[in-house]
Design a protein around this ligand. Structure first.
Ligand SMILES: [Zn+2]
Length: 156
């Protein structure tokens, strides 16, 4: 859990109580719940297969489906379409919800969509490499977006 030193409401000191950060000023009463963040994930299917990409900040050889944060007041489905446009340079033909998956290690909730598209991948700023994996060779993995990939494969 990310630790804050001071209360964002009254600037008082925060104390840890039963695994939560709580404002030391009882009249303030602020509690930092550290709720998971919703993250959209895109299983982008081109005629050749599904796009897996490497984020610049990840270890080498780690690839995943593209993800992104939902912006303030943004519809998750619009967020995933925007992310695919920004990070892969692809316009999407259709979008369908695959499911919602926990990613406790990152304190995230993954909202996964499958989308059909065609065209040429043009990587955005966050990604530096990609590969297109034929659906017959695609496998999920045991956490986060990998659960979504496996669920999508299983449902086909
Ligand atoms: Zn406070």
């Amino acid at each position: 859990m990310k630790k804050f030193k001071f209360c964002p409401h009254c600037a008082g000191l925060l104390q840890t109580q039963s695994n939560r950060q709580v404002c030391a000023d009882a009249t303030c009463g602020y509690v930092h719940y550290d709720n998971p963040l919703p993250v959209v994930a895109a299983i982008v299917e081109l005629p050749e297969g599904v796009v897996l990409a490497h984020n610049r900040s990840w270890p080498a050889k780690v690839f995943s489906v593209p993800t992104g944060f939902v912006e303030h007041q943004e519809n998750p489905q619009e967020a995933v379409v925007r992310e695919v446009q920004e990070e892969l340079g692809l316009a999407v033909h259709s979008t369908s919800l695959v499911g919602v998956y926990p990613f406790a290690q990152q304190n995230q909730i993954i909202i996964a969509y499958h989308m059909l598209t065609n065209g040429t991948v043009v990587l955005g700023d966050e990604l530096d490499e990609f590969k297109i994996v034929p659906v017959a060779k695609l496998r999920g993995w045991g956490f986060g977006t990998g659960l979504a990939v496996q669920a999508w494969l299983d449902a086909r």
